[in-house]
Design a protein around this ligand. Sequence first.
Ligand code: 3PY
Length: 255
Amino acid sequence: MRKTLIAGNWKMHGNLDSLESLVSGIKGQLDNSWQCDILVCPPFIHIDRTIQLTKGSKIAVGGQNLSEQDQGAFTGEISGDMLKDIGSKYVLVGHSERRSLYHETNDLVAAKYAKALEAGLTPVLCVGETLEQRESGTTMDVVKAQIDAVLSFYQDNAEGLEKLGQGVIAYEPVWAIGTGVTASPEQAQDVHASIRQYLSEMNEAVADKVQILYGGSMKAANAEQLLAQKDIDGGLIGGASLKADEFIAICKIAG
Ligand code: 3PY
């Protein structure tokens, strides 16, 4: 049985004041009987403070990105080891905004995925198609290529699959990111099931185990239907994760 993971991607929002009220709003309404795992991914500069503020709660904290390098003269970059060192548990890799705005290729995302695991972080591999790709019927070709890049980063497929099994996948259709448009539960389930099917053709145990989150304008109003889908194991939530009541409502639905 896969656990549900509700993850907030705070993107480049907030300041120390808003962070304090967001975290206290979330923490104050948490119910320890909920089974779901909860993760928040603040901007790098707010990670340390968020870790202090969430101490003693079930909220895990993660990064939104990491460097593919270990250390060195890479101005402005943050390594997986640094994230781990301050207490992060997860890190997003290959969010569509990183892929489109910062030109991250499938191979670069795969290298970041590997660095995250090496650092002892759980990578959340974001995959998804643009509207154009969906309309031309290539959704699964795009998603498979994003997954294949991780598999082929390793020496062989078996090792790649084992590594994929140690991470989380987030299906985020690009056309539903920050647009207010959400994939219908059926559209999302369809892709989630196809991802699981693709993995199960290579390794059934990994396919059964890997959590596949849905991301793309998930909010309290649509979370129930999305989370009820068989292959949707949680959500990666953008705008709605910046409002404590909204984020908590989604966690409550996940239960
Ligand atoms: C969104 O829902 O907009 C996201 O990008 C979540 O990562």
